[in-house]
Design a protein around this ligand. Structure first.
Ligand SMILES: [Ca+2]
Length: 527
């Protein structure tokens, strides 16, 4: 395997805390055992795939906050993600699969583009029928496979369907987290149901809410991830693992009408993140402290902004904690960490994407097929393979991860996978072009928020929407069921005009491109 060990980024040690004794002890045996075994398992790195929820392109330091916002502006701090970005590859034109949770996660898990995926639109808690998942692919590659956090595509819950695509039935050896979609709408879990969805924590097929009561979910999942890694290295050090870690940060919480015990918009933790990281099992937060702690960096901000930034930096703390755990365990060099988000920023639960510039240089947000709803931050960190500072500007989309991980694991991608491997790009080669397409129906007749910042489409109605990207261009249409010209195809050069303020569809010089992309939209659409 090609390595760049001598080319480590000088920032590689930034943020690395002093070695905490108890964690060092936890991994000491594994480190000793792993030195020869890591080589014996050559070619198959461990994989940690971290998926954030409703985190906009502009919500992370490396993609926007530190790059584009002035020091005088309020900025969200994500130093750990920024470090991973510096040391690895960033993908500046990475697209989620759909601008809302469930279909986006389905396409990611199944490697299928929307339109060819059994889960589309607002399919919360609907089960999927596809056989191959990231779990089955990695399992076939010899990996231990774990899903931690938000699943939401099992059946049951809001859908009322049988639970037929439980993670344990779809390639994962272990599951801990929110089986039902709605459970991700709170950061403090409890034994109850909303719209048929179980709001607690499930471990494999068992109610494990008692293990999580009074523990902020970001901390909970980080501790569980570290525990899984430590236990695995102690028992099966020669076997690679695949951890799918889907945190619920930064999704809003306390939805009115949901009967949550606490309706505060966007829960925050009850205490600072431990300096030496979280350790399983975590102590409960005192009841009075829960949902009260604001990161000192944000105490001067308006209440919701302070909560929003606190929750994101908390996620960053947790990711840094996991990354340092991999280092202490001696496996960071040959572990692929992927980080991205399932859709653009939301204006729900009191959130306002304008405050921090959560959609970065783009227009639109969650539920829009404009760039702000679809473009997400993305990092691939793998010291043994990826050169520090690698930047991939070419388009890619969620279904590419299945093809990428199949290649990482040394197995072929499933025949129905629509993705292409991103590995060649990380090696500085061109690679195959990615298909970037989505369709999504917003069923409630609502429009893009009439924010002053969203000038291009102020008050526009979404309806049934489609978008496709080809090269530097995006073609899209909204209100497809309305007819009468409402669904006119718009064309943008999103490299020159990322805000999509100039519709090129009327330009004579773009006639051939418009025709070709309109055909592409027509051909790919599926009811
Ligand atoms: Ca989401």
């Amino acid at each position: 395997m090609k390595t760049h060990a001598t080319e480590r980024h000088p920032a590689a040690d930034v943020g690395r805390a002093a070695l905490p004794r108890r964690l060092a002890a936890m991994c000491a045996i594994a480190v000793l055992a792993l030195a020869p075994l890591a080589a014996a398992g050559a070619g198959k790195p461990h994989v940690v795939f971290i998926l954030a929820d409703d985190l906009g392109y502009g919500d992370t330091g490396f993609s926007w906050q530190q790059r584009a916002r002035a020091a005088a502006q309020a900025r969200i701090l994500t130093p750990n993600l920024d470090r991973l970005a510096r040391e690895g590859a960033t993908m500046t034109s990475h697209y989620c699969a759909a601008p809302v949770c469930a279909p986006s996660r389905a396409s990611l898990m199944l490697g299928r583009v929307q339109g060819r995926c059994s889960l589309r639109d607002n399919c919360f808690d609907h089960a999927f029928v596809e056989r191959d998942t990231l779990g089955t692919v990695m399992k076939s590659a010899g990996y231990a496979t774990w899903a931690v956090g938000k699943w939401g595509i099992a059946g049951g819950g809001e859908s009322g369907e049988p639970v037929s695509s439980h993670p344990l039935d779809k390639g994962f050896d272990y599951f801990y987290g929110f089986l039902d979609h709605m459970a991700g709408h709170t950061y403090y879990h409890y034994e109850g149901h909303i719209r048929g969805a179980f709001m607690g924590i499930t471990e494999n097929r068992t109610n494990a809410t008692a293990s999580a009561e009074g523990i902020y979910s970001t901390d909970l999942f980080a501790a569980k991830a570290k525990e899984l890694i430590s236990a695995h290295l102690a028992s099966k050090p020669g076997k690679p693992f695949f951890l799918y870690l889907a945190v619920n940060a930064i999704h809003g919480s306390g939805q009115s009408g949901d009967n949550l015990p606490d309706k505060t918009p966007l829960h925050v933790p009850g205490r600072p993140y431990p300096e030496d990281g979280v350790t399983w099992p975590l102590e409960r937060e005192p009841a009075a402290a829960r949902n009260t702690w604001i990161n000192p960096a944000y105490t001067n901000l308006p209440p919701f902004a302070a909560r929003y930034a606190t929750a994101i930096t908390r996620m960053d703390d947790a990711i840094g904690d996991i990354a340092r755990h991999l280092e202490r365990c001696g496996i960071a060099e040959d572990t692929l960490i992927i980080f991205t988000s399932d859709n653009g920023p939301a204006d729900e639960y009191g959130a306002d994407p304008r405050f921090f510039g959560s959609n970065g240089p783009f227009d639109g947000m969650k539920r829009d097929v404009f760039e702000g709803g679809m473009r997400v931050p993305a990092i691939a960190h793998w010291p043994a393979r990826i050169r520090p500072g690698t930047v991939d500007n070419s388009p890619s989309q969620f279904h590419d991860w299945m093809a990428t991980l199949a290649e990482v694991g040394g197995v072929g991608k499933p025949g129905l996978c629509d993705g292409v491997s991103l590995l060649p790009r990380w090696d500085g080669k061109r690679g195959e072009p990615s298909l970037v397409y989505t369709q999504y129906e917003f069923p409630w007749g609502g429009g893009t928020a009439a924010f002053a910042g969203f000038k291009a489409r102020k008050g526009d109605v979404r309806g049934l929407q489609q978008m496709v990207r080809a090269g530097d261009y995006v073609a899209l249409r909204t209100r497809m069921r309305e007819g009468g010209g409402a669904a006119k195809v718009r064309l943008y050069n999103v490299v020159e005009d990322p805000f999509q303020s100039r519709d090129l569809a009327g330009d004579e010089s773009q006639r051939a491109r418009l025709k070709a992309l309109t055909k592409s939209l027509d051909d790919r659409f599926k009811e």
